[in-house]
Every structure is written in C-alpha cells, then in structure tokens.
Design a protein around this ligand. Structure first.
Ligand code: AHM
Ligand code: MG
Length: 322
C-alpha cells in the first residue's frame, strides 16, 4: 500500500525496482508535475482574473493577455525546454516541433503534448486537461528530426494526463501500471491517491457526440443503438480528458469516430489518442481506430488526426464486432 506517497518518493521507488526508469525520467516527471501546478493555479483563477481574453488583448497592466492554452504551451516549454532531459518537444499548439537549441543542455527524450485540451470549456468552468507522451530519441547525432516524433505509440516510454477538475490530478504510466496522484494544494504536493488503476472490463457508459449521428458510419450507429437497448447511459462532457478519466475509473467507452465531416476523425494521434491509448492498455483496456490498435499506428505527420474508440476492453470488442 503506497497511498499518500509523494510523487518524488514514488518515482525513486520505481527507479529501484524498474530498470527502464532513470534520473532523466524522474526529472521529466517532476517537470510535468511543476507544469501541472502552474497551469492548475492559472486555470483555477480563470473566472476571477482577466485571463480569458484572446491573444493580442491588452490587460490593465498594459501587458499582452494570453489565452490559457497559449499560457499552458509556454509553461511546458519554459519548464522543460532547457531542463536537460529533452532534445525536442511537439505541441498541438505549435505548427512545427521545438528543437532544444544548441548550447542548451539536451537529454535523450522527446515530449509530445497537448498543453490544454478542451480549452473551449474553460469559459464555462468545465474540467480541462493536459496530455503528454514521452519517447526516446531514435535518430543519430545531436539534432532532433521529425522522424523522432513519428514513432509508434507502443514505443512510448511513458504517457499521462493532468485533469484540472474539482481537484487537480496527474495520471501516468511509465510502462508498469497506471498511477493517479492528487494535488494537495495546502502543501503543494501530488500525493498518490489512485494506486495501480484498472479499468473495469465492461462499462455502463458510452460517450460520443450524438449530435453527429447523421454523419456516422453504419457500425457506429449499430453500436450506439445496441448500447441504448442494453440500458447504457450517455455521458459526454466534450472535454476529452474529463470524458476519458471518468470512463477509466468507472468503466465505459469513449468514441470520436470518423464521420462524413471528419473522415480522419478529429482528435490528434500524437498528443491525444496515443498517450491515452498507452494509459488505457496499461490499465487493462483497449483503444482502436475501429480497424487497428491505436498504439500500432506509425504516424505520418505531427498533427495527424485519427478516429478514436477507447475504454473498457469488452466495449471496444463490441464495436469491433459491429
Ligand atoms: P481541442 O484540441 O481543440 O481542444 O479539441 C479537442 C476536444 C476534446 O477535448 C473533445 O473530446 C472534443 O474536442 C470534442 O469535440 P466535439 O465538440 O466535436 O464533440
Ligand atoms: Mg486537444
């Protein structure tokens, strides 16, 4: 029973027992935790202070006001960009990848991230999240290249997300189970609250934007009709991390399939689908495009979109059977 451990204590313990965890991964995860605390602080004050303006607005101090997703993106780069653990970063908010400049300490890892997913929900005080994925650099030489980022999800060294909800939680896996830490704001520490998370093999919840039903392919219609007949409940926040997190703990299925408007799907492979697929498989669930496991896809470009069907293993199988 490790509950109550700080993140640092937990990572040091994992390092003693798992050969894949080195000081750089510990430093990287500590960096992610710092980023989570900074973004959490800003998000929690979003309704109070003038943070909701668009980029280009000027606040009362005469300073440029950043949208929160731009703020979150900058926080990732400021905290980890010169940490010495990374050679490059790829973000949903940046067109090209960020290469750690020459002369700045570099490490052997790459971080792909969505700094603030679901940010359209912030204005109405609905939970949002950050999602991240860690790979090892594979190209030779010092410079990072785009192929370093275009690795299969299965080759992730680790992945996770932060949910900014009633409490802030950091959920991650370094390849041996999924752990959940909750931020105790009174001491500023993430404490282990959800040890070795397992997703129920079958859930009662399905999560999909049913407004798009007229654009779905037949098998999605068939699955959703079946789910209703089985008496399942529809829960859809419209904020991926919130929808995924609920289903991870309670069991269920999240679907953002390809449809006639988005034939590639909407969600991004590198920063959304792949890290959550890593988490769900580590928790005993599954993630598919509908025809292939998400983790087996070899990305072709940084901002590639993908259909995503993710959650309890029997529910994923049920869609595949359609
Ligand atoms: P974003 O990356 O622009 O924030 O969009 C991703 C969000 C997810 O959080 C959510 O699952 C999805 O978009 C909801 O899309 P829709 O409004 O089409 O249902
Ligand atoms: Mg996103």
């Amino acid at each position: 029973m490790l509950k109550g451990m700080t993140l640092t204590q937990f990572l040091l313990k994992q390092k003693r027992t798992s050969s894949g965890i080195d000081e750089n991964i510990i430093g990287l995860m500590e960096g992610v935790a710092t980023i989570a605390k900074v973004i959490s602080r800003e998000v929690s004050q979003a309704g109070l202070i003038d943070l909701l303006g668009y980029q280009g607005d000027i606040n009362v101090h005469g300073e440029q006001v950043q949208k929160l997703d731009a703020f979150a993106n900058t926080t990732f780069i400021n905290v980890l960009g010169s940490s010495g653990f990374l050679t490059g970063m790829a973000s949903e908010e940046i067109e090209d990848f960020y290469a750690v400049p020459e002369g700045t300490p570099r490490g052997n890892y790459l971080l792909s991230f969505d700094p603030l997913d679901g940010s359209s929900n912030i204005d109405v005080n609905v939970s949002v999240g950050s999602i991240f994925s860690i790979h090892k650099k594979i190209s030779s030489g010092d410079a990072v290249s785009v192929t370093d980022f275009l690795q299969k999800g299965r080759d992730q060294v680790g992945a996770g997300y932060v949910i900014y909800g009633p409490s802030t939680m950091l959920i991650f896996s370094l390849g041996s189970g999924v752990q959940g830490f909750t931020l105790d704001t009174s001491i500023g520490e993430f404490l282990l609250s959800h040890e070795n998370i397992k997703i129920p093999i079958k859930g009662k919840i399905y999560s999909i934007n049913e407004g798009y039903a007229f654009m779905w392919e037949e098998r999605i219609k068939k699955y959703v009709d079946g789910a209703k007949k089985e008496g399942k409940t529809l829960r859809y926040v419209g904020s991926l991390v919130a929808d995924f997190h609920r289903n991870l703990l309670k069991g269920g299925l999240f679907l953002y399939p390809a449809d006639s408007k988005n034939p590639q799907g909407k969600l991004r492979l590198l920063y959304e689908a792949s890290p959550l697929a890593f988490i769900v498989e580590q928790a005993g669930g599954a993630a598919t495009t509908g025809s292939q496991p998400i983790l087996d896809l070899l990305p072709e470009k940084l901002h590639q979109r993908v259909p995503l069907i993710i959650g309890s293993i029997n529910d994923v199988k049920q869609v595949e059977a359609c």
